[in-house]
Every structure is written in structure tokens, then in C-alpha cells.
Design a binder for this molecule. Structure first.
Ligand SMILES: [Fe+2]
Ligand SMILES: [Fe+2]
Length: 218
């Protein structure tokens, strides 16, 4: 009997315990994504842009060895351009300002943690390349870098040309080309972190090559 007990204990000890499954992600994540998918589709600042901004913010922060609030970045990614998308956009109102007027009930309905809403506001209100990067918390600083980088490179070119005939930045193809050139001239200098500038280098080359080829083929 004793031998059986000893053997049973030994076998139990030898079998590695399966680690418990990770807790399910909080429901607000899926709810925000669903809201964006249902309401915020756009060729240049829709859900694909949101996913890239989120991914790039996290990559830049990690490469910089800086901690950001992943949950606030996730929420801001989905909602930061809401004020630029119909029917939410309002003529004469900056899209960041408009977003701040609208996002609180969306965050609340989704169940997003109340204590993180102020950080989402900071990220949203400073996400554009022309906002002042000084004294921003890392979550907002790296999100601003990611959003700026998404105007550069092949993806930046694609987004501007996707607006052709639909937006004042690109009423026709020549205007889209001019906007791409302006973005190339002005945006890299607004990047505020070494990692952001590093990630811009290849994108600058891509834009230069594209504009050269376009000029030659027109
Ligand atoms: Fe924006
Ligand atoms: Fe954006």
C-alpha cells in the first residue's frame, strides 16, 4: 500500500503540470475593434491605418526601451481619426478636437478602464505631426511617431493616392503627387525620436524613387 502511494506520488511529480490558460482579453478590446470596423472605414485613416499605428507604436517603443501604456495605445489607435471620418467630421473643427468630443461614450460603452481615458485623450489630441512633441508621455510621443511614419514610404504614398478625387489633399493625381512631395519634404523633420527617424530612412528612399519614376513616366 505504502509502495503504491510512493509510486503514485512519484508519477504525479514527474508529469509536468500544464500551465493554466492565459486569461481572456478584456471584452472592451473586441468591442472597440468592432465599433471601428462598423463605423470607421476609410481608405486612408480607417481600420488598416489604426492597426498599423498600434503595431508601429509598440515596435518603436520596444526598440527604444521605453514603456508605453499598451491599452491606451490600443484604444487611441481605433479612435484617433474618428473626427476625420463621415458622419463624425465637422467642417472647421480639427479632427483631433472633434474626436475628443465623441470618444468618451464610445470608451464607456465598451467598458474601457475609466482611469486610462485621460491618457487616450492626450494621445488623440497630440497625434498629428504638427503637434508639439515636447513633454508628451511616451504613449503619446511614440503614437505621434507612428502616425507620422504612416504618411511616409510606400504606405504613405498609397494612402494619399487612395484619396484622389475624395479629399482636398488630392483632388486629382497631380495634386496627390504634390501632397506626397510635401509630405516627403516636411514630415521626416518632425519626427522626434531616434527610432522614429531610423524607421523613416527607408521610407524616404521609397518616396524619392517613386517621385522620380512618376516624373519620368508622366
Ligand atoms: Fe489624424
Ligand atoms: Fe491617423
Amino acid at each position: 500500500m505504502l509502495l503504491a502511494l510512493v509510486l503514485t506520488a512519484a508519477v504525479a511529480k514527474a508529469v509536468p503540470k500544464t500551465p493554466p490558460p492565459p486569461p481572456p482579453p478584456p471584452a472592451w478590446r473586441a468591442k472597440l475593434e468592432q465599433y471601428a470596423t462598423e463605423h470607421l472605414e476609410h481608405p486612408a485613416w480607417g481600420t488598416a491605418h489604426a492597426r498599423r499605428d498600434y503595431r508601429l507604436t509598440m515596435e518603436l517603443a520596444k526598440a527604444s526601451g521605453v514603456e508605453v501604456d499598451e491599452e491606451a495605445v490600443f484604444a487611441a489607435s481605433w479612435l484617433h481619426d474618428l473626427g476625420a471620418i463621415e458622419p463624425f467630421a465637422q467642417p472647421g473643427v480639427e479632427h483631433m478636437t472633434r474626436a475628443l468630443e465623441l470618444i468618451d461614450p464610445i470608451l464607456k460603452d465598451a467598458g474601457f478602464p475609466d482611469e486610462k481615458v485621460p491618457l487616450v485623450h492626450t494621445i488623440v489630441s497630440h497625434h498629428m505631426y504638427y503637434s508639439d512633441p515636447k513633454e508628451l508621455p511616451p504613449s503619446a510621443l511614440y503614437f505621434r511617431e507612428a502616425d507620422t511614419l504612416d504618411f511616409l514610404g510606400a504606405i504613405g504614398i498609397s494612402r494619399i493616392f487612395a484619396l484622389t478625387g475624395k479629399h482636398r489633399w488630392a483632388p486629382d493625381i497631380n495634386a496627390a503627387e504634390a501632397t506626397v512631395r510635401k509630405n516627403l519634404d516636411e514630415l521626416p523633420g518632425t519626427l522626434a525620436t531616434p527610432q522614429g527617424r531610423l524607421r523613416a530612412a527607408d521610407r524616404i528612399l521609397e518616396m524619392e524613387a517613386f517621385l522620380k519614376a512618376l516624373a519620368a513616366e508622366k
